[in-house]
Design a protein around this ligand. Structure first.
Ligand SMILES: NC(=O)c1ccc[n+]([C@@H]2O[C@H](COP(=O)([O-])OP(=O)(O)OC[C@H]3O[C@@H](n4cnc5c(N)ncnc54)[C@H](OP(=O)(O)O)[C@@H]3O)[C@@H](O)[C@H]2O)c1
Length: 269
């Protein structure tokens, strides 16, 4: 039986590049694209089938910023597939982002320039909004909508990748102007993966690992060398275990609360 692989947010950027790379690794996988826009999902499917005409690609409507949609999609997935072997929780947003040029200029002349450029720490601010479920949109989309599926997952970081997400921070022409500088920065930091193909390296690497060999306290980073070679680096997650445990308990409480409101059963943990 061929493995079933589900990718959330497969309609663009890293998710779509990941689907292409997974089919290249194993053209027999049964891919399920879980997207909020069926039109975009169908376009991605067409691109995948153009390269792999025999590929098995199905679509499921999933809006991770709506708990109702997540629960509906979960039961549809359960109904349609007898198994689920790999799940890539890739959908995410970074709404209304602003870059602080003041912080950029002062950071460039501080001792922390490389750290600032590789993590964007202190450089970017976002204006979040509230979803129909009454939760912060970034929290619900990037984390909680996936959490209530009742899953444990490995954490990956794709690095800095040019996608719709980064084009939301600065217009694409601006990024193109910055490209020569970013290639130079690659000599100092390996996290400038820049293309969705490179950014999907850690996910493709995870696809080939045995789950029992993975460490839940590690974050797997997609990295690209100055010469363009892709590799994966694991680093300890930068959170105290005690803080992580408190956060996890809060997530469980919130899950119980929202599922009771929606009259839905608790997912097994
Ligand atoms: N690009 C980077 O430098 C970078 C850095 C660190 C982490 N990441 C993470 O990488 C992941 C992929 O991002 P990307 O860079 O590939 O950006 P992207 O091109 O904007 O892709 C994001 C994907 O998530 C989907 N999505 C957004 N909100 C959703 C929702 N409510 N329900 C279902 N799908 C939703 C989008 O669907 P639509 O096509 O309908 O918008 C799109 O397919 C995200 O989790 C992001 O946080 C990216």
């Amino acid at each position: 039986m061929q493995p079933v692989v589900l990718v959330t947010g497969a309609s663009s950027g890293i998710g779509s590049a990941l689907c292409k790379r997974l089919l290249r690794e194993d053209a027999g996988v049964r891919l399920c694209l879980a997207c909020r826009s069926m039109q975009k999902a169908a376009a991605t499917k067409a691109v995948l089938l153009a390269a792999h005409p025999a590929a098995q690609v199905t679509l499921v409507r999933l809006d991770v910023s709506s708990l109702e949609s997540v629960l509906r999609a979960a039961s549809e997935i359960q109904r349609r597939f007898q198994r689920l072997d790999y799940l890539f929780l890739n959908a995410g947003i970074m709404p209304n982002t602003h870059i602080s040029f003041k912080a950029l200029i002062s950071g460039l002349f501080s001792g922390k320039a490389v750290h600032m450029l590789s993590t964007a720490e202190g450089l970017i601010t976002q204006e979040d909004c509230i979803t129909a479920d009454g939760l912060q949109a970034v929290f619900e989309t990037n984390l909680f909508g996936h959490f209530i599926l009742g899953l444990y997952s490995s954490v990956v970081c794709p690095g800095l990748v040019m996608t719709n997400l980064t084009y939301g921070i600065l217009p694409s022409f601006f990024w193109k102007l910055l490209m020569p500088i970013m290639w130079i920065i690659r000599f100092f930091t390996k996290t400038y993966t820049l293309t969705p193909y490179n950014g999907a390296e850690a996910q493709v690497w995870l696809f080939k690992q045995k789950p029992e060999s993975l460490d839940a306290l590690m974050k797997y980073h997609s990295c690209t060398s100055p010469m363009g070679k892709n590799y994966v680096e694991s680093r300890k997650v930068d959170v105290e275990e005690e803080t992580a445990e408190i956060f996890y308990q809060k997530l469980l409480e919130l899950e119980k609360h929202v599922l009771a409101r929606l009259n839905a059963p608790l997912s097994p943990k």
